[in-house]
Design a protein around this ligand. Structure first.
Ligand code: PEP
Ligand code: MG
Length: 566
């Protein structure tokens, strides 16, 4: 079966498919008519949960040693506990309820019982029994760890993935993303690019209105009980160039794609020859080429691809990964690690850009009708100063360990920049009083609102650099929600309005001695590299895997041309 979607990142993936169903936190009570079938379903899930725990035990044994791995053995034993099993099967039999509900109730009852015990060891088992019940429920709901429990990396199929879910996935186990929803410029798509894996969006798994390209046999068309296709564990191919997803391809297609993948890798190896070479045009203009990252571990990809620095560290992902506000020490450790790993190369940390599609529950942000234009980013930071100051303190403390610049998102006025500077002065005074060491950091702003473009001459007097955020700038200029899949076809970052704006920002920035870069996705568009250079751009910051292709494009460009009329 071949399904058609839209590619957000190229490349080929061949591997096992895993369906990622959203975990339903609220376990619903349902009436069951066939009680014995429900008990069999529970038994099957219990067996599967035990197998998962066995795999986890083996893995932990290798990675963290026997003492730490023991917990998975304990959990396996608990799943064999007769009292626990009977409590669930009795509830299904006598009350005629679904297995999920019975497992959740037994989990609650047993954990309360353990929590009330005198013995410390037994009290600690309360969390374990809750854990095994959750595992059972996840298996029953088909949401076990997002479908990526095994050792083997998988092609992940999801309805849609929020950025907060994407950052929490075990990235070493994902070969490719395929989603039904999503848009090319969503943060989930950006994360797929950072992970350097092929990704498709808009693939209609359920077949209604599907762009299926061939006939399918009844056998292939089977759907699982919950209405999802029955593809878990089957072989798939993702073609990130054509946007095609193959389910159970024949041998001929498989070998063709294996060959294409090999050719891709060959191309990548050729690009490796550009490592260590300058980002210089054929007529001698050099620009900076930096990497965009979303986590501390992404810095490895930046270095491996020979980035000259980090042009955008999306710090909000630290917040999205966490269950509660990350404190000063946690953030300090993260920023310090990146600064140290980059060994003196520039690291531009963008302060918290939460809100819109990037939501963390603990912020308690109200639902808004128009979140992209709502309470987000610097607007939150200037109001909730405790959060902002914690982050600034952590960044300044980390600045001592490398070369850190700070950048502020979603700026629309000079007044905002002045307020930021006042807060920075307070932070520095506090750090001085407490005896912390820090360096002075270059300060910059994102240019991602039309307002910032129009007053860029005034803003340039306030800061050291600008970085054009073309993702938001496109959405605000063209009045096209970057999250709306229906508008993806007309979301056009090449629009003349955007190109003119970038040129205007460069000119205004340079008048005031302010360097100008691009960190939106457009910066990695090699069809525009020469155009940007001719506009006078000083820096491009791109997803790590695009560093070498962009370097290649820079080296093939000419900075000056007599016929350049733009
Ligand atoms: C942008 O808007 O272009 C940008 C780089 O920021 P983000 O994509 O994180 O909104
Ligand atoms: Mg933005």
């Amino acid at each position: 079966m071949i399904l058609q979607g839209k590619s957000v990142f190229g490349g080929i993936a061949v591997g096992k498919l895993a369906l990622y169903r959203k975990r339903d936190d609220q376990v619903k009570r349902k009436k069951i008519s066939d009680v014995e079938a429900e008990i069999r379903r529970f038994e099957k899930a219990r067996k599967q949960a035990k197998e998962q725990l066995g795999t986890l035990y083996e893995k932990a044994l290798k990675e963290v040693g026997e003492v730490n791995a023991m917990i998975f053995e304990v959990h396996q034993m608990m799943l064999d506990d007769l009292d626990y099993i009977e409590s669930i099967t009795n509830m299904i039999r006598t009350q005629g309820v679904n297995a999920e509900f019975a497992a959740a109730t037994a989990g609650d009852n047993f954990s309360q019982m353990f929590a009330a015990m005198e013995d410390d060891y037994m009290r600690e088992r309360a969390a374990d029994v809750r854990d095994i019940s959750n595992r059972l429920i996840a298996v029953l709901q088909g949401t076990a760890s997002g479908g990526i429990d095994g050792e083997e990396p998988v092609i992940l199929l999801a309805d849609d993935l929020a950025p907060s879910e994407t950052v929490q996935l075990d990235k070493s186990r994902v070969l490719s993303f395929v989603t039904r929803g999503g848009s090319t410029n969503s943060h989930t798509a950006i994360l797929a690019r950072t992970m350097n894996i092929p990704a498709l969006i808009g693939v209609d798994f359920f077949g209604s209105g599907s762009k299926r390209q061939d006939e399918t046999s009844a056998e292939e068309d089977r759907f699982a009980e919950d209405g999802w296709p029955d593809w878990d564990g089957k072989t798939g191919i993702v073609d990130g160039y054509t946007g095609k997803l193959y389910i159970e391809p024949d041998e001929k297609t498989l070998s063709e794609y294996r060959a294409k993948k090999e050719a891709d890798e060959q191309k990548r190896r050729l690009l490796q020859e550009l490592k260590g070479k300058a980002n210089v045009t054929s007529d001698g203009r050099e620009i900076n080429l930096y990497a965009n990252i979303g986590s501390v571990s992404d810095a490895a990809g930046a270095l491996a691809n020979d980035a000259g620095g980090i042009g955008l560290f999306r710090s909000e992902f630290l917040y999205l990964e966490a269950e509660d506000y990350p404190g000063e020490e946690v953030q300090f450790a993260a920023y310090k690690t990146v600064a140290e790993n980059m060994a003196g190369k520039k690291v531009i940390i963008r302060t918290l850009d939460i809100g819109a599609d990037k939501q963390a529950d603990y912020f308690g942000l109200a639902r808004e009708d128009n979140p992209a234009m709502g309470y987000r980013a610097i607007r939150i930071c200037l109001e909730r100063r405790d959060i902002f100051k914690t982050q600034l303190r952590a960044i300044y403390r980390a600045s001592y360990y490398g070369t850190i610049s700070i950048m502020f998102p979603m700026i629309i006025s000079v007044g905002e920049v002045r307020q930021i500077k006042e807060i920075i002065a307070e932070v520095k005074a506090e750090l001085n009083a407490e005896g912390f060491l820090y360096r002075d950091c270059e300060l910059g702003i994102m240019i991602e609102t039309p307002a910032a473009v129009m007053i860029s001459e005034l803003l340039a007097r306030e800061v050291d650099f600008f970085s054009v955020g073309t993702n938001d700038l496109t959405q605000y200029t063209l009045a096209i929600d970057r999250q709306n899949p229906k508008l993806d076809n007309i979301y056009d970052s090449h629009h003349e309005a955007i190109l003119r704006m970038i040129r205007m920002v460069v000119e205004n920035g340079h008048k005031e001695n302010c360097w100008v870069g691009i960190c939106g996705e457009l910066g990695a568009d090699t069809t525009l590299t020469e155009t940007f250079i001719r506009m006078g751009i000083d820096e491009l910051s791109v997803t790590p895997s695009m560093i070498l292709p962009v370097r290649d494009a820079i080296r093939k460009s000419r900075a000056f041309s007599q016929d350049f009329a733009r």
